[in-house]
Design a protein around this ligand. Structure first.
Ligand SMILES: [Zn+2]
Length: 317
């Protein structure tokens, strides 16, 4: 099965990739054709699937299987998307059946963070590991778990929602309906909102904070010595550290692979996170868990979903 299609459906764009899984791509599978098309979620999943088929036809790509990833609660075993924060109106969509009908090949459906974890496992920073957790820090906070040599989905298929573990009881509201979730504290919008609140409360013009539009702006301000920016990252790192300690206490993984735009802030975030992790774990040895950067960037879910589809079609996981 040399060529497989990977599809990562986001709120704005659908990322597509044809993945070469033949011996020629050894030692690691890789994307040989990459593309992006608009999602236009309001037009519904059927038309989105039709646009994916058109993209393949335009490139004369005839994949042998297709992997579909998107954010939300997904029952991979039954191939159903229950609900997605990014795709309004896509409720209880039989995504697998829909794509199989449209593309005429076997399809696999998976949560995007789980697909990213699988991609990092097979072709990225998780290569060779048997148990690790993959965290994606961006607008949302995604989590995926590889446990004892397989992707762990739990009884419902919804396992790995580390972004919605509660870090601060009665904390700020989260998009999921709960409060104080990791995502509501360290998702990019939460970080920039806290920074703006602090700048707003301070008199005078904040040094280096001319326009805090993004986490990258804030990281630059912190690097330039801005006190408020540094304080925000310190606090964000502490929240992340609590989450890492929880993960270590529950799963004791070999490593935690961290990716996503917010992770680009680097040591100003991970320094306080490691410090908090050390303080929160029962035994110092537990804080020795390796925290390693993800390798596949924002293509992890494309590659991972394709490789999952290959594994499912081949009867192996
Ligand atoms: Zn939440």
């Amino acid at each position: 099965m040399p060529f497989i299609l990977g599809v990562d459906i986001g709120g704005t764009d659908i990322k597509l990739g044809i993945v070469d899984d033949s011996a020629a791509a050894a030692p690691f599978s890789r994307e040989i054709v990459s593309g992006t098309i608009p999602t236009r979620a309001g037009e519904g999943p059927e038309l989105a699937a039709a646009r994916v088929r058109a993209w393949c036809e335009e490139r004369d790509a005839a994949p042998a299987a297709a992997g579909i990833a998107c954010a939300g609660l997904i029952d991979g075993a039954r191939g159903i998307l229950h609900v997605s924060p990014n795709l309004a109106g896509w409720i209880d969509v039989p995504l697998r059946a829909l794509f199989e009908r449209e593309l005429g090949v076997p399809a696999a459906v998976e949560n995007d963070a789980n697909a990213a974890a699988y991609g990092e496992w097979r072709a990225g920073a998780g290569r060779g590991l048997r148990s690790f957790v993959c965290l994606t820090l961006g607008t949302g906070v995604g989590g995926g778990i590889v446990l004892d040599g397989s992707l762990y989905r739990g009884a419902t298929g919804f396992a790995g929602e580390i972004g919605h573990t509660v870090i601060l009881a009665d904390g700020p509201p989260c998009a999921c309906g709960s409060r104080g979730c990791l995502e509501a504290l360290i998702g990019a919008p939460a970080i920039t909102r806290r920074a703006r609140e602090l700048y707003g409360a301070r008199e005078g013009t904040p040094a280096g904070s001319g326009s805090i539009g993004s986490v990258a702006d804030l990281a630059r301000a912190a690097a330039a010595g801005d006190e408020i920016a540094s304080r925000v990252f310190e606090e964000t790192g502490r929240f992340l550290g609590v989450a890492l300690a929880n993960v270590v206490h529950i799963l004791a993984p070999e490593a935690i692979v961290v990716g996503g735009g917010v992770a680009g802030a680097g040591e100003i975030l991970f320094g306080p996170a490691r410090e908090t992790l050390r303080r929160c774990v029962m035994d110092a040895s537990m804080a020795e868990v390796r925290i390693v950067p993800a390798e596949l960037g924002n293509r992890a879910a494309v590659l991972g979903s394709a490789l999952l589809a290959r594994a499912e079609a081949g009867g192996a996981r």
